[in-house]
Ligand binder design. Structure first.
Ligand code: MTE
Ligand code: HPA
Ligand code: MOS
Length: 773
């Protein structure tokens, strides 16, 4: 291969750093007479709207109109799954929920207008935590259960313990906030630019709200300035409001959330509460687990069900659970609606099993890495949901190589010596694996489409169903198309994502963007190549089988001296009336599962990785520093090594933020108290480890995926668990051995108190700790 697999920069790298890249909101100046939208926000977290008086707003200068439920010609709901997301709610379900939208000649006029809308409501009691929801029995759906083997038998395991783990949420903090612009097109339809991961669903929601068929709606996504799952379904309401405004006023309408609004109105990673019981043999082998999972779903259902199933599918991480009984409930709370976020439940599932393994190791007095490796899947094992773990051997290969390349054993000894000399700061070291299932858990989403157009000059336009959010999908698609047609990548132009090019697409999500759409593009290209090969064989006077496409020319393998430029073959094909466009399609083979029992083979394959992290923790403050991280990631045969490296580094640091410093706080009224970068601490340059070694597992093609590659978008995030475990390892050094409890995120404050507890135990060791029953 000459182009696929080459380390080329992201196709918009230059535009990203110079500021030339166009995002949805950059189109504002292209729409004369545009109106700007601003929401009227509900004053309570849970309330019934009694009256909504818009008359003063309508009279305010610069206000064009106010959108309310009366303006909706179709269905006033943007819910993607259950239709439980009214655009103009009669019952307010979370603090600051928009109840009406003001359209102004300027944003300022719209804001002034919104402040003149008077809302009278009747406040109702609000449920603001998982614990309160459990007490009140407030759930979105019936419990789900996934079971294997004899989990009650763990009551007789040599080591048995129970525990609880609280896991915090995470704000997406994409740099580009939610944004949509809608206008009436020239032929009576409606068009929208939207920063959406799922243009098809955005189209569907607009059609539903306006009560028109989908063929009247066109949605385009130029690119997104980050999405991370936050625009998988949550781009839809803003586009629906813009479209409704445009429909009513016949003028272009722009909805763009400010950072504070985006924080306040959009959903986040699901917080979880896990209550578990685990049984282990004395050698650290897991005999079984029982876990009751509760997620904070927020005010509406959103993607909480598939997120919960992915948590249950990933409660094993890379380990065999001989017996497991998992139950899950989605709590309905009066908060933002929690949604997809990089990993889609995988991170929470893995955190729970890693917590349990560390708790067991420290109770048994065994090194955590030994307990981890004793529990790895081996070839021939199946998961607790019944899927064979193909390539399980890769887990051990990665583990062994990474331990070696990171100098794990020697560093462990060095750290012990360092810790003995430093009573007030301690270093910790940990290695953790990742096994992440690739495919949408909803089987029908696993399809991709493409439309490839070749022009007579040999230049190519590629349309596909995926959207670019910074992850480098378009770069990979460009490489796939160039490789497939044997032209250079400059000849390939990947177009922005549009619903009138590829219909009925899936969200760009589940890390499957390149797997699905890349295969569809390759399918279209191979049809075109075979049509062009007929033409070339006639021109070159050679056998069809000997025609080769490479570096912008068409050859015959029979005579390397004879070749014709690709463009010439295209022109000749046109003159012979050969069609120079083709659509491609791909659907993932062999996946299925029963959503009732959660058993089956939901994933096409697993992405594997491991990381070693070393931290230094300050005993006076609980503050910590990430000294070094080594990562070994199985990306198969990388399609685009620079892009993949960026995904690994970025995903890992985003995970470090989630597990260490990013903390969401809601006040007693249900207001998000951390609604800006001043109070919500994000990882930045200072959180990047001093030494950061990222390597790919070599010679590891994945034969059933496009060009032997593997998905890379989400799996690296979960490598950050190594940092949490390294912090826990350092905390343990202040104590007397024995388990260390630590909520997530492990903020310096929580680490400080964990150190205090560890120190107290050193002074008065509890004789129950470390005991084997
Ligand atoms: N990388 C960047 N730069 N920005 C993003 O928004 N989203 C992540 C990941 N990497 C994201 C990203 C998420 S949540 C997913 S599912 C994948 O990219 C989606 O893209 P892919 O399927 O093409 O990998
Ligand atoms: N991942 C991401 N998004 C999704 C999934 C998934 O598994 N299922 C439905 N939407
Ligand atoms: Mo990613 S959470 O699947 O958009």
């Amino acid at each position: 291969m000459t182009i696929a697999g080459k380390p080329i920069p992201h196709d918009s790298a230059r535009e990203h750093v110079t500021g030339e890249a166009f995002y949805t909101d950059d189109l504002v100046l292209r729409f004369p007479r545009m109106l700007h939208a601003w929401p009227v926000l509900a004053p309570h977290a849970h309330a019934l709207i009694k009256t909504l008086d818009i008359s003063a707003a309508l009279a305010a200068p610069g206000v064009a109109t106010v959108l309310t439920a009366r303006d909706v010609p179709g269905e006033g709901d943007s819910g993607s799954n259950r239709h439980d997301e009214p655009l103009f709610p009669a019952e307010v379900m979370y603090h600051s929920q928009p109840v009406a939208w003001v359209l102004g000649e300027t944003l300022d006029a719209a804001q002034q207008g919104a402040s003149r809308v008077s809302v009278e409501d009747e406040p109702l009691p609000a449920i603001l935590s998982i614990e309160d929801a459990i007490l009140a029995g407030s759930f979105h759906s019936a419990p789900v259960r996934l079971a294997r083997g004899n989990a009650p038998a763990i009551d007789f395991s040599p080591l048995r313990f129970e525990g609880e783990l609280k896991i915090g949420g995470q704000e997406h903090f994409y740099l580009e906030t939610q944004c949509a612009i809608a206008w009436l097109d020239e032929t009576g339809g409606i068009a929208a630019h939207s920063s959406t991961q799922h243009p098809t669903e955005t189209q569907e929601v607009i059609a539903r709200v306006l009560g028109i068929p989908r063929n009247k709606v066109t949605v385009e996504c130029l690119r997104m300035g980050g999405a991370f799952g936050g625009k998988e379904v949550q781009a839809n309401p803003w586009a629906a409001i813009a479209a409704l405004g445009a429909w009513k006023t016949r003028r272009p309408v722009r909805v763009r959330l400010t950072r504070a609004l985006d924080f306040t109105l959009t959903g986040k990673r699901h917080p979880f509460l896990a209550r578990y019981a685990a049984g282990f043999a004395k050698d650290g082998r897991l005999e079984g687990v029982r876990v009751a999972l509760y997620s904070d779903g927020g005010w509406c259902l959103d993607l909480s069900e598939p997120v919960l199933s992915r948590v249950m599918f990933h409660c094993d991480n890379a380990y065999l659970l001989p017996a497991a009984e998992l139950t899950g409930l989605i709590c309905e709370t009066h908060k933002t609606s929690q949604t997809a976020f990089r990993g889609f439940g995988g991170p929470q599932g893995m955190l729970i099993i890693e917590e349990i393994l560390d708790q067991a190791a420290r109770r048994l007095g065994l090194p955590p890495e030994i307990v981890r490796e004793r529990n790895f899947y081996r070839d021939g094992d199946t998961t607790h949901y019944g899927q064979p773990v193909k390539d399980a051997g890769r887990i051990e290969i990665i583990w062994r190589r990474l331990k070696e390349s990171s100098g794990f054993t020697e560093r462990r000894a060095k750290i012990d010596r360092w810790n003995a000399l430093h009573p007030h700061s301690k270093r910790g070291l940990a290695i953790t694996p990742v096994k992440f299932g690739i495919s949408f858990t909803a089987t029908f989403f696993n399809q991709g489409g493409a439309l490839v157009l070749i022009y007579r000059d040999g230049s190519v336009q590629v349309n596909h169903g995926g959207a670019e959010m910074g992850q480098g999908l378009h770069t990979k698609i460009q490489q796939i198309a160039a490789e497939s047609l044997g032209v250079d990548s400059q000849s390939i132009r990947v177009m922005p994502t549009r619903t009138d090019k590829i219909p009925n697409t899936s969200a760009t999500a589940a890390s499957a963007g390149a797997d699905l759409n890349g295969a569809a593009v390759a399918d279209a290209c191979s049809q075109l190549r075979s049509r062009l090969a007929d033409v070339a064989a006639a021109i070159l006077g050679c056998d069809l089988g000997s025609v080769r496409f490479s570096e912008g020319r068409v050859f015959t393998s029979a005579d390397a001296q004879r070749s014709v430029p690709f463009a010439k073959i295209c022109e000749a094909a046109y003159r012979r009336r050969v069609p120079l466009f083709a659509h491609g399609f791909y659907s993932t083979p062999g996946i299925h599962y029963d959503p009732k029992t959660l058993r089956g083979q939901p994933f096409h394959y697993f992405a594997y990785a491991a990381a070693v992290s070393e931290v230094e923790v300050d005993g006076f403050t609980g503050d910590y520093r990430l000294l070094r991280t080594d990562i070994l990631e199985d990306v198969g045969d990388s399609l685009s090594p620079l892009v993949d490296r960026g995904q690994i580094e970025g995903g890992f640091i985003q995970g470090v933020g989630w597990l260490t410093i990013e903390e969401l706080v809601w006040d007693s009224q249900g207001r998000l108290a951390t609604a800006g970068a001043s109070t919500y601490k994000l990882p930045s340059w200072t959180e990047v480890p001093d030494i950061f070694e990222v390597n790919f597992l070599e010679r590891a093609p994945e034969p059933s995926v496009i060009f032997g590659s593997k998905a890379v978008g989400e799996p690296p995030l979960m490598l950050a668990i190594s940092v949490r475990e390294a912090i826990r390892d350092a905390i343990a050094q202040f104590g007397a051995g024995g388990p260390i409890s630590l909520e997530s995120p492990a903020t310096p404050e929580r680490v400080f108190f964990a150190i205090q507890r560890a120190r107290a135990e050193r002074e008065a060791p509890l004789n129950t700790i470390g005991a084997i029953q």
